[in-house]
Design a protein around this ligand. Structure first.
Ligand code: ATP
Ligand code: ATP
Ligand code: MG
Ligand code: MG
Ligand code: MG
Ligand code: MG
Length: 271
């Protein structure tokens, strides 16, 4: 009788909408911190770039890649991360909402879970949140343009923020600093940094200028005592116990706008 009752209600399933991502397309998920302008000031992030915060973003992204192994590449900057899935991916039957919600939720929980390791002296005042979207790209050219767009955004914001905070640190108000930079081009900001503050922008940490690229490299592991895999200094979970070819995530801060990166790593997009 109870089984009968359940099937009577089951028609409600049919109201769910089909949101499967088109076959053959690159699936890109971009997540972005919600109101991180406020979050970063409430948690006293160093400006313009808090190194611990950027590393925490990378760690959260690594745990997402470790769990969702069809992610072939991820790019992060500021409070955002983009994840690229293998175009042949069939996880969750390519259902957009399943993919998006699982990624956003794991990223957010990993960010929170690893907070105290990266900020041992800063209490998390409230739970951070991230938004997310799924975008499909039908070919590799437009996918690379997508990634170039995000890295160009990183460059423009970082150049502005670097100049802005140098002007502020020299004793000017936020309003004055903004006024000073208004109507300047890249060359003008570079010039202010160089002539007034002795900073050669191109010598600033690549991490800040280029953002973070995560991708897999093959690695032959030694037969090791049981223990978690590590990415650089970070523990990411998943243990490799037998000697075999393991994939490992590598973090780099390279230029991905130029073709050089993609021809140095042809395996990433399978070209
Ligand atoms: P929204 O909810 O619309 O995304 P937002 O306040 O998060 O609003 P963003 O455009 O995403 O706006 O900007 C992110 C903010 O977080 C910027 O102010 C950026 O400078 C700051 N931020 C992000 N990461 C860092 C970091 N590692 N160090 C210092 N500041 C950071
Ligand atoms: P999926 O990722 O597909 O959702 P799942 O393992 O989460 O896989 P569900 O159908 O969501 O599968 O089932 C949730 C599982 O968690 C069930 O096995 C259920 O018994 C268990 N569970 C959930 N809440 C509780 C609880 N409060 N106490 C004990 N078991 C629970
Ligand atoms: Mg946003
Ligand atoms: Mg944001
Ligand atoms: Mg952002
Ligand atoms: Mg479940």
């Amino acid at each position: 009788l109870q089984i009968m009752a359940k099937s009577r209600f089951e028609y409600v399933k049919k109201f769910e909408q089909d949101d499967r991502c088109l076959l053959g397309c690159w699936i890109v998920v971009r997540i972005d911190g919600r109101s991180f302008h406020k979050f970063t000031s409430e948690h006293l992030f160093a400006k313009p770039n808090d190194l611990s915060a950027l590393k925490l973003m990378d760690v959260a992204a690594c745990s997402v890649m470790e769990e969702f192994r069809d992610i072939i590449f991820a790019y992060g900057q500021s409070d955002e991360y983009s994840f690229i899935f293998d175009r042949k991916m069939s996880l969750f039957n390519r259902r957009s909402s399943k993919i998006l919600t699982n990624l956003v939720s794991l990223f957010t929980s990993s960010y929170t879970y690893n907070w105290r390791i990266h900020f041992p002296n800063t209490e998390l005042k409230y739970p951070p949140a991230f938004d997310g979207r799924v975008v499909l790209y039908p070919n590799t050219i437009v996918l690379k343009d997508y990634l170039s767009w995000r890295q160009a955004d990183c460059h423009i914001n970082n150049l502005y923020n670097t100049a802005f905070w140098e002007i502020v640190k020299s004793g000017k108000s936020h309003v004055e600093a903004a006024a000073r930079l208004k109507d300047t081009f890249s060359s003008g900001k570079n010039e202010i940094l160089f002539s007034e503050f002795g900073i050669n922008y191109n010598k600033i940490e690549p991490r800040y200028r280029k953002g973070s690229c995560l991708f897999w490299i093959d690695k032959m592991t030694e037969k090791s005592p049981e223990g978690p895999d590590t990415v650089g200094e970070f523990i990411t979970g998943g243990a490799c116990k037998k000697p075999r070819v393991c994939r490992e995530i590598t973090v780099s801060h390279e230029d991905i706008i130029s073709e050089v990166f993609w021809s140095n790593h042809p395996q990433i997009l399978g070209q």
